[in-house]
Design a protein around this ligand. Structure first.
Ligand code: ADP
Ligand code: MG
Length: 371
């Protein structure tokens, strides 16, 4: 067990690292973050920063020397460097989870191996492959880069042959997957945590609404039947088992009208759709993650009150600030990012509520999220 007073090293200094650090500080841990950007969101609440790229082996070595345990806040770190780090530092999550989840092809193979459904897909390496794959999958379909995509970046929806004009940059980026567009009725996600001792906990199944492929809103709990929730939890457990999970895994899913569930994507870390847990659950996804990597017993997760979480993107921040005096029920989280760029995740708002529909309406009427 890693004890309070020990130092946790976090690779990546964005909002997820920041919220992990805030959770860890509660128990008296010290935090050092590795990130190339000085004064990044995590550094603002950490005890120290090593300012260097994530694949800088010397920097990772220095981090390992100063820390008792290492974790990461995102999957696009260099696998080979992380793998090396497992040799000189304590990395309870290992490197294998990163190898798999940073490549959509490996990820889909792992999910399928766990006996869980994914959208029909084909691996595509070039224009000829793409043509063949579209002929098999049919329109509409989505081309996604196997590596490096996030928030809808590195994706193109194909509805007819004309859309092929835009696929070159994606194919130039490397291998891609072409997948069938699933006519989902809802997007769901489940966050699962496992500690080194093999204890597992699940956060409630939540409902996610995306705008322009970026998460906009999370509703906890999901407004679906209990049988769907049970199945979603079972899928998450199967995938976590297949991946020998230690740490946190977010499982994104599509739900079709007939109840069929598909796993869309995995994230080997706390997830935007779990931010509501900070206020709404008996422990936050960040607190539970820290317990898992420090091999503490996991807290029993309970939803204390239903909640709605809405993201604040660059274009929303100014308007959100003007609402603070009128919205005492809003928990406003801002991540300390310097530039409020369009579509950039700057913060989020969580509202605890027994009246989800009313709250959704009132959030809409605030005018903050009008694009
Ligand atoms: P990322 O989150 O890395 O940008 P995702 O694969 O999760 O990539 O895609 C982002 C969003 O785009 C999804 O949450 C969903 O709203 C939409 N989307 C992605 N793939 C599909 C699909 N096969 N069918 C329907 N919608 C999809
Ligand atoms: Mg996603």
């Amino acid at each position: 067990m890693i004890k309070p007073g020990s130092t946790i090293g976090i690779i990546g200094g964005g909002q997820l690292g920041r919220m992990m650090a805030l959770a860890a500080k509660e128990a008296g841990f010290r935090i050092i973050v590795l990130d190339p950007v000085p004064d990044c969101p995590c550094a603002q609440v950490a005890d120290g920063q090593i300012t260097a790229p994530y694949d800088d082996e010397a920097a990772l070595r220095a981090l390992g020397e100063r820390c008792d345990v290492l974790t990461y806040e995102f999957e696009n770190i260099d696998y080979k460097t992380l793998k090396k780090a497992t040799g000189f530092a304590h990395v309870p999550q290992g490197a294998e989870l990163i190898r798999i989840t940073q490549n959509r092809i490996f990820e889909k193979e792992a999910v399928a191996k766990a006996g869980v459904r994914v959208a029909p897909y084909r691996v595509v390496e070039n224009a000829a492959d793409l043509k063949e794959a579209v002929a098999e999958i049919g329109y509409p379909c989505i081309l996604k880069t196997a590596r490096g995509g996030y928030d809808g970046k590195g994706q193109i929806t194909l509805r007819h042959e004309g859309d092929f004009n835009e696929t070159d940059p994606l194919l130039a980026h490397g291998a891609c997957v072409l997948e069938k567009m699933i006519p989902f009725t809802k997007e769901l996600s489940v966050i699962i945590t496992r500690n080194e001792a093999g204890e597992t906990s699940l956060f409630p199944v939540v409902e996610n609404i995306h705008h322009n492929h970026i998460l906009h809103q999370t509703i906890a709990p999901a407004r679906v039947e209990n049988t769907v929730k049970k199945e979603a939890e079972q899928l998450a457990l199967k995938v976590a088992e297949q991946l020998h999970l230690t740490g946190t895994l977010a499982v994104e899913m599509f739900l079709e009208a007939d109840g069929t569930l598909y796993v869309n994507e995995l994230a080997p870390r706390p997830h935007n759709s779990g931010h509501y847990s900070i206020e709404a659950c008996s422990i936050s996804q960040f607190g539970q993650h820290i317990r898992a990597i420090c091999n503490w017993p996991l807290r029993k997760v309970e939803l204390l009150k239903p909640a709605v979480m809405v993201n604040l993107l660059g274009q929303h921040v100014e308007r959100a600030l003007t609402q603070i005096p009128y919205q005492p029920e809003w928990s406003v989280h801002l991540y300390g990012k310097k530039e409020a760029k369009f579509q950039r995740k700057m913060g989020h708002v969580t509202v605890l509520t027994e009246e989800i529909e009313e709250t959704l309406l009132s959030l809409e009427q605030s005018g903050v999220w009008q694009d």
